[in-house]
Design a protein around this ligand. Structure first.
Ligand code: ZN
Length: 427
């Protein structure tokens, strides 16, 4: 596919909030105070530095060396080294973006504009940067996996997930974006030029690997899909013990298609009946699966008398292929029943992808670019008039953010040198 993120050597850059550029300029002249400030910042985040695997810990940090960054007007950047494993951390002050001449303020404007649905070209033009620079900026955020960033926000790995695929296009080719969502947060946004089960399994497998690396005992309890074969098979392969459900809203929307030739008014009426049927089953506290089985049989019989046995027969056949997935939704009260939040995520992405067709060249790094977009989706606060206004998806799901500034959060959370490890409980 040629779009997987290139593996580079471990990036141990850390972004540190020095609050004010003048504070930074004072601190860089005081070795001890500088290291202490960085350590205090680490402590306030509750993060640890990513040392080498061999590090026995207990290594003090000393200021190691420094170099001038010519591109940034001679700004001095310090590197700090662990005295026991010799890992070197590059300390970036908050007012600098990694490898970029662009200032965070310009990046902020351009990213907000893109996130809001403006094309890459327009967002860039407004902020006096090149579209390519904005594309690269989003791609650089996408170097960090969604799982890595979300667990730093203390979100637990999702036990119930929504899995679906977005159909998009890369120039004239069809492409597919296997997606995993839990609540308001995107956990995986992959890219595949094939719609086979194997391709989807490979894509969503990246999520699984990242999750298992964080927590080896990770298990998915339930996954809801819209019933697309490749998505269903990929979930079955990756999470063999998970309950697999089919989205009930999707079923509801599909029903009228099964009644070809029936007048629109009658189809609408039958859809309402079907809606009420699913709703009542979900309201029940017990025997929900048995109730659904009975009601589906009864509903098909009603169709026989209302619009003819041929339609009734077609519905029975459809029920037979889908009911296992609907039963799975009803069997476990914690199972998500509808993929509405995932559809919302896809709609938001659709607008952006549509607006930046020019960048879908076959040799591009679509996977990292999409991951970057997903980070924006998770971390940019909702607008004033929206539900949960002022909060971002991560916060709505109960995550904890390093600061109250979303761009600074992005800079810190996509820093390669940080990791969140919950302290083992004492006693
Ligand atoms: Zn170390």
């Amino acid at each position: 596919m040629g779009n997987a993120a290139k593996s580079t050597r471990q990036n141990r850059t850390i972004t540190v909030d020095f609050q004010d550029p003048s504070t930074y300029c004072q601190l860089i002249n005081d070795r001890k105070a500088f290291v202490e400030f960085v350590l205090a910042f680490l402590l306030s985040l509750g993060f640890q530095l990513v040392h080498k695997a061999t590090c026995t810990g207990g290594g003090c940090l000393t200021r190691h060396s420094h170099y001038a960054r010519i591109r940034l007007g001679g700004l001095t950047i310090w590197r700090i080294q662990c005295t026991s494993c010799r890992a070197v951390f590059t300390v970036l002050p908050h007012f600098v973006l990694r490898y970029r001449r662009m200032s965070p303020d310009v990046a902020r404007q351009a990213l907000i504009a893109t996130h809001g649905g403006l094309s890459l070209e327009w967002s860039a033009t407004m902020c006096h940067i090149s579209p390519r620079a904005l594309y690269r900026l989003i791609g650089s955020l996408g170097q960090h996996s969604l799982v890595a960033v979300l667990v730093k926000c203390r979100l637990p790995l999702p036990t119930y997930i929504l899995a679906d695929e977005k159909h998009s296009s890369c120039l004239t080719d069809r492409v597919y974006l296997p997606t995993i969502v839990s609540g308001r947060v995107i956990w995986h946004l992959g890219y595949s030029d094939a719609k086979s089960a194997a391709a989807f399994t490979a894509s969503s497998g990246q999520f699984q690997q990242a999750a298992l690396a964080h927590k080896p005992s990770y298990r998915v309890q339930g996954a809801l899909t819209d019933g697309f074969d490749s998505t269903v098979s990929s979930m079955r392969t990756l999470f063999p013990r998970a309950r697999l459900g089919f989205c009930l809203r999707h079923a509801l929307n599909k029903l009228p298609d099964k009644l070809v030739g029936v007048s629109a008014a009658v189809r609408q009426e039958l859809r309402s009946k079907f809606h009420a049927l699913l709703h009542r089953c979900r309201q029940r506290k017990s025997l929900r699966v048995i109730a659904l089985g009975q009601r589906l049989r009864h509903f098909a019989n009603c169709i026989d008398t209302a619009v003819g046995a041929a339609h009734g027969e077609r519905l029975r056949h459809w029920f037979a292929t889908k009911k296992v997935g609907w039963y799975a939704v009803l069997e476990d009260p914690k199972m998500p029943a509808m993929s509405t939040v995932l559809d919302q995520a896809h709609n938001a992405l659709d607008r952006k992808l549509f607006a930046m067709k020019g960048f879908h060249h076959p040799g591009g790094s679509q996977a990292t670019f999409l991951t970057g977009l997903a980070h924006l989706y998770n971390l940019i606060p909702y607008q004033r008039r929206a539900l949960n206004a002022g909060k971002c998806g991560v916060e709505v799901e109960g995550g904890i953010l390093p600061t109250s500034d979303w761009l600074l959060n992005l800079q810190i959370l996509t820093s390669g040198g940080y990791r969140y490890t919950p302290e083992p409980p004492h006693h």
